[in-house]
Design a binder for this molecule. Sequence first.
Ligand code: SF4
Length: 322
Amino acid sequence: MNLLEISDLHVEYTSRKGVSGTEQKIHALNGVSFDIQKGEILSIAGESGCGKSTLAKAIMKLIESSDGEIDFDGKNIAQIKKLEDIQKFYQKVQIIFQNPYSSLNPKMKIGQILREPLEINTRLKRAEINQIVAEKLSQVGLDTSVLDLYPHEFSGGQRQRIAIARALVMNPELIIADEPVSALDVSIQAQIINLLKTLKDNYNLTFLFISHDLSVIKYISDRIAVMYLGEIVEIGRTNEIFTAAKHPYTKALLSAVPQFTQKEDNETITLSGELPSPDKLPNGCKFHTRCPYAMDKCKESEPYYSEFSPTHNCRCFLYEEK
Ligand code: SF4
């Protein structure tokens, strides 16, 4: 059963450039479609600036989409407008941010931070709230001795555990983890990734996991969607992406990490050039300015998705039937 369904999602916004304040239209998401089944971890991979965090914000209703639809648990989230429905939505969908140093209010004790979502969104009594907080702290490997301390009294890894506990207190169905370990020391990253995986296995949680780190993505994901300039260019199960990637961009990302060089064809692609600015999207296939296989038609037309298995497809003219 799909918990989240995203169909042809577009996000555009206007920003001002330079001292002249010239308006520019940013095309952050350009027709993103995918779904996440209950109990699975789908990762979004791609370079910085490809639209991963915009996608997270759109699902969290922090920014409006210009077109397309996001359905959570069968309901279009754009239709969720009443305060009580918005509160219910935020009980079910939680986010863990990249930086545990800025995501926890430094003036609040850990007890306040963890109790606050329950006090705002539920009518539970104080004793019930305290019980839930203790239970969630235990699930992330901490105990109630932390409740009277402030965030600055903890290491980065402990703060991220607290941020995860804060997400868990609402008993969410979907957790969006936006680069949850990239601000942490390498030695701590594995502990937090293992914790997220354990939580998923033990409590049947569903994750949208956003990262630029392919090692982390390979370890934690059931499926992977590769994003380039606000489009999903390839999606598949983890083994399909890591052993039989099709899209030149996916192959280039894998080629940048020696242990992930494709086993099937041993092909390596070196990514050249910069990611084009989202206010000046290339025509045709958006990857054509950096693709070693670009043909004339790649500059003029957008490719459709080609299917390699029921779970694996990619968007590239190299695979379209002649
Ligand atoms: Fe490269 Fe063309 Fe495929 Fe785009 S459609 S990835 S430019 S070969």
